[in-house]
Design a protein around this ligand. Structure first.
Ligand code: URA
Length: 434
């Protein structure tokens, strides 16, 4: 087989065979296909797309490029969750304790921050000594004991996706539906759970900007799940503004703990309850979504979800006192408020700009392996639809470098759009596909 012929074939809009797709994945991982040819291959997929069978073959080839975790020793239905990425998305940190307190078994594999989007693993590492790279044996042991564990998807989980994702990130091919579907599903299948609840985000702060694209992605992932005997639910939600108020690692952990204490932002709560209720349905614990939501509310009110989080953190060696007293989490040296120029209503808070500003402060990474500062970030004081006075605080920026702060303060202020009329606030949850 020849990579040039395969690129030509896709360039001409033809369908690739399973063997051809396996060849590309295997030979790229073995370094027999160089980055420049793989880039051309990915770009032809960006332009010409892939049909359902091709996407499924690509998913399986990537999943099988590494280890497929065997969770069969854990009884019951195991449900994993994934998000296609967003700004201020700390759902996993609040959601996993809630659903596991309600009886769901959750083997959760998470990722790190890249670009303007954050990563659960970095966020959790703001808890002192929290170990995210547990061995699979320890991961399984924790799930058996506590019903949940959250670890980083190690190098041997879908290694082809890791290599291809890094190349997509620098070749303008992240927002391809078949590439996103195969990337997400390969990691989930390799993670070994029986069912998946996936959150696809759409809007300014997400990879996909159009609802129709998010629906196409969702349908493909549900079908890939079906072909691999994994029940899959996709919840499409809006990422036009950051989720919750906090953006930045330790600030987001603190906000997730707020939610587990039955406080916290209403949009974060709504998304957690929505995703969680489908995790409960997938696990066979409830039949109706409303019953799932009631059960999840109860885990928060009773303190069971918070206790479950403490258990998860304890199993992974984290410092419990920081969960009980979140003010002990890492704190930046300085903070400054950003003020509004005028009065009116907030018509928009640009999620991507806020995410990029947090990244530039040090909360995220432009390139893989860059060191990040867990203590810095931004707390929004206003969200879309809120009234605002002139000179009122829009956001507080937490930073350790005055130079970095001066580089981003204007963009943070400009990311808040203010109008005279109160805008219509669009719903957070846009669609469910299963
Ligand atoms: N998240 C992933 O894991 N992969 C993508 O391609 C996009 C979002």
């Amino acid at each position: 087989m020849d990579i040039i012929e395969i690129i030509e074939k896709k360039k001409n809009g033809l369908i690739l065979s399973e063997d051809e797709i396996n060849f590309v994945v295997r030979e790229y991982l073995n370094e027999n296909i160089p980055d420049y040819q793989m880039s051309a291959f990915l770009m032809t997929i960006w332009f010409k797309g892939m049909n359902y069978d091709e996407t499924n073959h690509l998913t399986i080839a990537m999943a099988r490029s590494g280890r497929i975790i065997d969770l069969s020793s854990i009884p019951g239905i195991k449900v994993d969750k994934h998000s296609s990425g967003g700004v201020g998305d700390k759902t996993t940190i609040a959601l996993i304790p809630m659903v596991s307190a309600a009886g769901v078994t959750v083997p959760k594999l998470s990722g790190r921050a890249l670009g303007h989007t954050g990563g659960t693993i970095d966020k959790l590492e703001s808890i002192n000594n929290f170990i995210t790279d547990l061995s699979i044996e320890k991961f399984i042991e924790n799930i058996k004991r506590t019903k949940a564990s959250i670890i980083s998807a190690s190098a041997d989980i879908s290694p082809a996706d890791k290599k291809i994702y890094a190349l997509r990130d620098v070749t303008g091919t992240t927002d391809s539906i078949p590439l996103m579907a195969s990337s997400i599903m390969s990691k989930k299948i390799a993670g070994g759970a029986d069912a998946f609840v996936l959150n696809v985000t759409v809007g300014e702060g997400a990879f996909l900007k159009k609802l129709s694209d998010a629906i196409s992605l969702a349908k493909i992932m549900v079908n890939v799940g079906k072909s691999n005997h994994k029940k899959t639910y996709v919840i499409i939600s809006s990422m036009e503004q950051p989720l919750g108020y906090a953006v930045g690692n330790s600030l987001e952990v603190q906000e997730a703990i707020e939610l587990l204490n039955n406080r916290g932002p209403s949009d974060l709560k709504e998304l957690c309850f929505f995703l969680g209720s489908y995790m409960l349905i997938a696990a066979g614990i409830v039949k109706k979504q409303i019953d799932g939501i009631t059960l999840l509310q109860e885990t928060i009110k009773s303190g069971k979800a918070l206790n479950k989080f403490i258990e998860i953190v304890k199993n992974q060696n984290g410092q419990i006192s920081q969960i009980k007293k979140p003010s002990l989490l890492p704190r930046a040296k300085y903070h400054e408020d950003i003020y509004s120029f005028r009065k009116g209503f907030i018509s928009k808070v640009q999620a991507k700009t806020i995410g990029q500003a947090a990244m530039l402060l040090g909360a995220g990474r432009k390139k893989k392996d860059e060191h990040i500062d867990l203590s810095v970030g931004i707390i929004l004081k206003k969200k879309t639809g809120d009234p605002v006075k002139a000179n009122e605080t829009l956001a507080t920026v937490y930073f350790n470098s005055v130079e970095k702060y001066s580089l981003i303060k204007e963009s943070v202020q400009k990311s808040f759009h203010i109008t005279d009329q109160k805008p219509e606030v669009k719903p957070l949850i846009l669609k469910v596909i299963s």
